[in-house]
Design a binder for this molecule. Structure first.
Ligand code: URA
Length: 211
């Protein structure tokens, strides 16, 4: 089977832009249809030279309204876990693989829907711009959408969690679960266990000397 060309040879890969220029361009993004039902583009947030970039799936309902990633329940869990793992928020930039909220209506509620492959691929343009501008030492993939955007479909989150894999797009990528999966645990004992396993994964950042 022919080998895929390395991403560095990809002419569509953007030259390093500034984060602010990328943010301004992304505000008017029409690369897929998700913008039509979303309130706004939710671009990444954090220090422009952060050594660690966390990539989630897509903004949720709260993030869509507020325009900032990880400010809802999953974000609260993530921030608490970062603190427990000894990570300084000043070292962390938070973003998502997809930058518009995808949802369906259920009564009065907006229910999260997983982005599809085309939407993830379309939005990778912005993730590449963020990574090219920030040049982090480590990227953390939160869940399977982020892992497949960064590394490809060979990653299995439950099999590979806590390990660092190489991504042609992002360099070293630590694989772990999405914080929302912890919130969905069936009871509080399972939730505590899942949260502890997540914090242990994050502690690998210090173990790998990447903090
Ligand atoms: N889930 C995500 O993946 N990202 C957010 O910003 C919020 C919830």
């Amino acid at each position: 089977m022919a080998k895929a060309a390395p991403r560095d040879a990809d002419k569509t890969r953007p030259a390093a832009p500034t984060l602010e220029a990328a943010r301004a361009d992304a505000a008017g993004c029409r690369r897929c249809a998700l913008w039509k039902r979303a309130t706004q583009t939710v671009f990444g947030f954090g220090p422009p030279r952060a050594p660690i970039v966390f990539v989630g799936e897509q903004p949720g309902d709260v993030e869509d309204r507020e325009g900032e990633p990880f400010v809802g329940p999953a974000g609260t869990l993530l921030r608490g876990s970062l603190a427990e793992a000894g990570l300084d928020p000043a070292d962390v930039y938070l973003t998502n693989a997809v930058k518009h909220f995808k949802w369906r209506e259920q009564g009065k509620r907006r229910i999260h829907e997983r982005p599809n492959r085309e939407e993830i691929l379309a939005c990778r343009f912005w993730l590449e711009q963020e990574l090219a501008a920030i040049r982090p030492r480590l990227v953390v993939a939160l869940g399977s959408t982020a892992a497949s955007a960064l590394v490809g479909s060979s990653v299995r989150v439950l099999r590979d969690r806590g390990t660092v894999v190489q991504s042609p797009l992002a360099g070293p990528v630590l694989i772990t679960v999405h914080p929302s999966s912890i919130l969905r645990a069936p009871d509080s004992a399972e939730r505590r266990r899942a949260r502890q396993a997540f914090v242990d994964d994050l502690r690998a950042i210090a173990r790998h000397g990447l903090k």
